[in-house]
Design a protein around this ligand. Sequence first.
Ligand SMILES: C[S@@+](CC[C@H](N)C(=O)[O-])C[C@H]1O[C@@H](n2cnc3c(N)ncnc32)[C@H](O)[C@@H]1O
Length: 176
Amino acid sequence: MKYSRPASVMRSLVGGLARFAYTECHFQVADAEEEWNVSDEFDLIHGRALMSCFNDPRVILRHTFKAVKPGCYLEIQDNFFPLQFAGPTPTKSALYKWSEIVASGGAKSERPWTNLQHYKRWMEEIGFQDVVKMGFYTPTGPWAKGEYYKLIERYFNANLRFGFPAASWKVMGALG
Ligand SMILES: C[S@@+](CC[C@H](N)C(=O)[O-])C[C@H]1O[C@@H](n2cnc3c(N)ncnc32)[C@H](O)[C@@H]1O
């Protein structure tokens, strides 16, 4: 496999966002777990919502380390799993139960969804410098204060409605 253009990596990693990309981008569909055959090529590699995608995310981090130019950037945005909550953990809620079940299913299928906690350490072990971890929260209901968080909540719930079945069936199936 050969990645020939910066946007090819974005195509692999950004996936669902590709339809919004600028026309001067070039896309290539490839398996990011395979060798990338690029070296010191990219100013920025961005990945989002990939926690359930790879057998071993460290393989991807190693590929990105080789592919990004010295002094340039890797940015990964992903979700904490099982879900964390801004207030007291609502252990009786359906969302909490879903999150626990899916996390168990991911572990059982040997593709844990809980790797975000390791990313910073893994990046540093691989050789990335000045690794910064930033946390954001996503409201799940219209109780959120302020227009910004209310908008985020609407997007998040739209995503959940479409994404829950797709995200759940396989990993829940692993639990038998
Ligand atoms: C949950 S979606 C996230 C999409 C996008 N990054 C976003 O935030 O909207 C995961 C994406 O990773 C892609 N993907 C999964 N495994 C992959 C692999 N081994 N190589 C390349 N892309 C992969 C999927 O095709 C999908 O587009």
